[in-house]
Write a protein that binds this ligand. Sequence first.
Ligand code: SF4
Length: 380
Amino acid sequence: MSYGDPAKYITQLYVTEECQQDTYAQEIIQRSKLPVRVIGDRQHPDISGTYPENLTQGKHHLLLCRNRGKFFKPCPATWEYTCCEYQVLNIGMGCPMDCVYCILQAYLNNPWISFFVNINELFTELDAAFAAKPQTFLRIGTGEFTDSLALDSLTHFSPLLVKYMRDKQNAVLELKSKSVVIDNLEGLEHGGRTIVAWSLNSPLIMEQEEIRTASLEERLAAAVRCAEWGYRLAFHFDPIIWHKGWQEGYRTTIQRLFAKVPADCIAWISLGALRYLPALQPIAAERFPQSNFFYEEFVEGLDGKSRYFRSQRVEMYKLIVDELARFADPRTCIYFCMESENIWKEVFGYTPTERGSLPAMLDRSVCDMQEQPHAVALNL
Ligand code: SF4
């Protein structure tokens, strides 16, 4: 069964008073064909119950509002683990899809979804960031507090961002999703500055623990279309979850990935074993009583998050890395999200420091593929 466009789960739209005359907000309202309620600038959508019990209901409610904070910030990483120095562009909060492990359940404390319509300020802030660091290579992502594409059929925001990024020679934008809402990306002059990315998991986890997301086959078919439109791709095996049959599950996903998607279009693949704020476990347990992966044994990591034991993480990483190595293009950067150099050494045999740092490795993979889009074919 296909869940289709996650935006169709939005049944109630709200707009704050200060945004109701905004041209962009009006476009979204017209496009949605939904009833819209105007609420005060400091008011909230009226959703009964208390958080997090009302989160399931809240995922049907979308608030168009102004971001009063900063749009653009470094990813909130922890110094104890090797970080890729990602820059987060905050376009909204919350998501209409519903993954059991979603960290936003513990990170946010309101049930509705917000989308920020003061995009002129967003682009002004981006202009300032580029002007302030003209020599720094920026990898920018919008998928930290929401899914990059889940609401794109309503907002049509991706074309604006892709066009903005087109001439930015010192940056790439990563649009990361578990949906396949890609129609707005077709036919755009993206200049190779946008990477379209999907999270992948073992088929069982995708089916059982990622509610209202696209299936594996749908994600791969969407990736193939994006590759045909000239976009480079990325994939994230995150969170890798210990479950019965995980070995066969992750092998199957990797084999299906490379059977469909051209390896020389993939800029990077990240791996991250399940890690979570302790506050997430009781929320997920209550909302998804049929899920049992939180009942494995975990240890507290240096960042205060619960993680699998090191031996378990290494076992999972080694199997996945070995399988990826059978198919991946040599220029694709395969890396860990938030792991120590010890784990890098144990699994890959080298550390990011030995290769000039993780950000440098990622930046190189982007530049290599830009300069030699089909190096594998040429080498034959
Ligand atoms: S798709 Fe991402 S943001 Fe949406 S519920 Fe799943 S993990 Fe959370």
